[in-house]
Ligand binder design. Structure first.
Ligand code: GLU
Length: 307
């Protein structure tokens, strides 16, 4: 049942690819092939179900905001983190500066650029990129994650909007220290090269309450996982998060590289890769694959008809 539904969902998702567009505001991302679509599902008992382009590597982009937030919650604690960022959906685009300058000094949430840059600023005095990369490998169950140098350089060369966000935060005395170093670390985290499989691995750790089901090792506390999943549900798909929650009803985080990482409580981690994006920046193939899959399997968190 799981296998057939996953295949049908992937086939359904493929139908939408031509309606999407690959991101090119970071020039290197523009080289991705819009016809790719991969779906990987991992379950706690060690099963992996996958279709399509699951071995293709692509940059994690905004999905790294989950790693940064989880690390900050683990090491700095809930109160410190949320004294620097809020937990509200912004309703604006991921890279918007609007509300930051008009409505609040603190960024609206850790899933948009301003919030993530603030979180990275909190991590920067303690963590080197290599340590965060190692932790990403562990929570994605993928030792082969590396820095995608081409994407990193491309983002570095075109990332002035993110630098502007950093300077605005500094001018409001929300961000401390060196803006350029903070944003550089943020660019590197966005440029970690994953696959749909690695995203399914991260989803599985979150679905499993922070414990790696292969060996029982706890990588994240239960409270960290609960907070991260809630913010994924409310803010994980940019200004498309509300519609995604209604249609799919699962916590998810998307990235402009084409990935979506999602999870089903206690049951599975799901990773999709499809670089053709909708107008909000969410993978159009991934989003539709997840909608079909969630509906067919009754996985929506508020679905009363369980399988
Ligand atoms: N590195 C991207 C940026 O900051 C991340 C955006 C995203 O995936 O939403 O513009």
């Amino acid at each position: 049942m799981l296998q057939e539904t996953a295949k049908a969902a992937w086939e359904y998702g493929r139908k939408f690819l031509m309606q999407g567009k690959v991101a090119d505001y970071i020039p290197e991302l523009g080289k991705a092939n819009p016809v790719y679509l991969g779906l990987c599902i991992k379950t706690p008992d060690g099963k992996t179900i996958e279709y399509g382009d699951v071995e293709e590597r692509f940059s994690m982009q905004s999905i790294s905001k989950v790693v940064a937030l989880a690390t900050a919650l683990q090491h700095l604690g809930f109160d410190t983190v949320f004294s620097h960022v809020m937990m509200e959906p912004s309703g604006d685009a991921f890279n918007s500066i609007l509300k930051l300058d008009t409505a609040s000094n603190r960024p609206f949430n850790p899933m948009i650029n301003a919030g993530a840059i603030e979180i990275v600023n909190l991590l920067a005095p303690t963590f080197k990129f290599e340590q965060l990369l190692d932790f990403t490998r562990a929570i994605c169950m993928d030792d082969d994650i590396t820095l995608n140098e081409a994407v990193y350089h491309s983002e570095y060369n075109t990332g002035d909007r993110n630098r502007a966000i950093g300077y605005l935060l500094k001018s409001k005395e929300v961000l401390e220290g060196d803006v350029l170093q903070t944003v550089d670390l943020y660019f590197k985290l966005c440029s970690m090269n994953v696959t749909a499989r690695s995203l399914a691995g991260l989803g599985l750790i979150l679905a499993n309450g922070g414990v790696d089901p292969r060996n029982g090792v706890r990588l994240l506390s239960a409270q960290t996982v609960r907070t991260v999943k809630t913010l994924m549900l409310t803010c994980g798909c940019y200004d498309g998060s509300g519609e995604f929650a209604v249609r799919v009803g699962l916590p998810a985080k998307s990235g402009v590289g084409g990935g979506i990482m999602s999870c089903v409580e206690g049951q599975m981690g799901i990773g999709t890769y499809g670089p053709a994006l909708d107008e909000k920046g969410n993978s159009i193939g991934g989003k539709n694959t997840l909608e079909y899959f969630s509906r067919a399997m009754h996985l929506h968190i508020f679905d009363s008809e369980r399988e």
